[in-house]
Ligand binder design. Structure first.
Ligand code: CAA
Length: 297
C-alpha cells in the first residue's frame, strides 16, 4: 500500500512539471504542497506560521531577477489554487528571492512573439490567478517590482515593501504598454496624474515614494520585511476565514460597483455574517470578555 502510494506520488510528480494545475486538483489538499514543493522549477512553495496557516510563495529565478515567464506564472497559479483549497491556510504571501520581487514579464520569452500568436494564445491571459484567490494575499516586495512585477504586486491585496524596493511600469521604454493590469490598477491605486507620469515616462520610484502615493501600505528595512509581513499575515489568518473571505469580496466590489450598489452588496454580506457561527462567537466572546474561538463556520 505504501509502495503504491509512493509510485502514485512519483507519477504525479513527473506529471506535475508538465501540468501542475491538473495534478494539484487531483491530489488531496494535505498532499499538494509536498508534491508541488518538490516539483516547482521557478518558485518555492511552503506552509509556515504558528499553525502552518500561512502559504508562502517565493519567486525563485534570482539570476533573471524573477522575470515572470509562462512556466513561473503557471506555477504561481497552481500554488495559489492549492492554498485556496487548503483549510489550514488563512493568508498567502508572495515574495521574491534575491534583489528583485520581479523585474517584469520575461522579455527574452516575448522578444520574438508575433501579433497573430499573442492573440491566438491570449498571451498573459492566465496571469490573473492571484486575483481569483478567496484568501487575502500580501505582496512582500523585497526589490525591483517592474512592469509585470509591479502588476503582480498590485494584484495582491496588501503591498509591503523593503526600503530597497523600486516600483515602475517601464514597458513604454520597450515600445509596448503594460499588459497585466498596470494601466487600470495603478490608476485606481494612485490616481490619473501619477499613473500617467509613471507609465508614460517608465520612471522608477522608491519604496518611500510608493508609500507616499498610496501604492504601498508599509515600508520596513529589508531585514524586517518578512517579519512584518508574517505578523500581519498571522493576524489576518487568526480571524474567521469564512468572514475574512466575505470581507475581501466586499472590498473588491468597490472596484467594480457604483457606491449605491457597493453599499447594498456590503449590507447583504454583513447580514449574511449573521448566518455564521463565527459572528455569534465573536460577539459572545466580546461580551464574555474572552478571546473568540473561530471555527470558520
Ligand atoms: N525579462 C527577462 N530577463 C530579465 C528581465 C526581464 N524582465 N529583467 C532582468 N532580466 C535578466 C537580464 O537580462 C540579466 O540576464 P543575463 O545575466 O542573462 O544578461 C539578469 O536578469 C540581470 O539583469 P541586469 O543585468 O539587467 O541587472 P541590473 O541590476 O543591471 O538591472 C533592472 C536591473 C534595472 C531591473 C534591469 O534588469 C531591467 O531594466 N530589467 C527589465 C525591466 C523591464 O523592462 N520590465 C518590464 C518588462 S515588460 C512587462 O512586464 C510587460 C507586462 O506588462 C506584463
Amino acid at each position: 500500500m505504501a509502495l503504491r502510494g509512493f509510485q502514485l506520488f512519483k507519477g504525479l510528480s513527473r506529471c506535475a512539471s508538465r501540468n501542475p494545475v491538473i495534478v494539484q486538483r487531483l491530489l488531496p489538499a494535505s498532499s499538494r504542497l509536498y508534491c508541488s514543493a518538490n516539483d516547482h522549477q521557478y518558485i518555492k512553495v511552503e506552509k509556515t506560521g504558528s499553525g502552518n496557516n500561512i502559504g508562502l510563495i517565493t519567486l525563485n529565478r534570482p539570476k533573471a531577477l524573477n522575470a515572470l515567464c509562462h512556466g513561473l506564472m503557471t506555477e504561481v497559479n497552481a500554488a495559489v489554487d492549492g492554498f485556496n483549497d487548503d483549510a489550514e491556510v488563512g493568508c498567502i504571501i508572495i515574495t521574491g528571492k534575491g534583489k528583485a520581487f520581479a523585474a517584469g514579464a520575461d522579455i527574452k520569452e516575448m522578444k520574438d512573439q508575433e501579433f497573430s500568436n499573442v492573440v491566438k494564445t491570449n498571451f498573459l491571459g492566465h496571469w490573473d490567478g492571484i486575483t481569483k484567490a478567496r484568501k487575502p494575499v500580501i505582496a512582500a516586495v523585497n526589490g525591483y517590482a517592474l512592469g509585470g512585477g509591479c502588476e503582480l504586486a498590485m494584484m495582491c491585496d496588501i503591498i509591503y515593501a523593503s526600503d530597497r524596493a523600486k516600483f515602475g511600469q517601464p514597458e513604454i521604454l520597450l515600445g509596448t504598454i503594460p499588459g497585466a493590469g498596470g494601466t487600470q490598477r495603478l490608476t485606481r491605486a494612485v490616481g490619473k496624474s501619477k499613473a500617467m507620469e509613471l507609465i508614460l515616462t517608465g520612471n522608477m520610484i522608491t519604496a518611500a515614494e510608493a508609500e507616499k502615493i498610496g501604492l504601498v501600505s508599509k515600508i520596513t528595512s529589508s531585514d524586517e520585511l518578512m517579519t512584518a509581513t508574517m505578523e500581519t499575515a498571522e493576524k489576518i489568518a487568526s480571524q474567521s476565514k469564512l468572514v475574512t473571505a466575505m470581507c475581501k469580496e466586499a472590498i473588491n466590489a468597490a472596484y467594480e460597483m457604483s457606491l449605491t450598489e457597493g453599499c447594498h452588496f456590503e449590507k447583504r454580506l454583513f447580514h449574511a455574517t449573521f448566518a455564521t457561527h463565527d459572528r455569534k462567537e465573536g460577539m459572545t466572546a466580546f461580551v464574555e470578555k474572552r478571546p473568540p474561538k473561530f471555527t470558520d463556520s
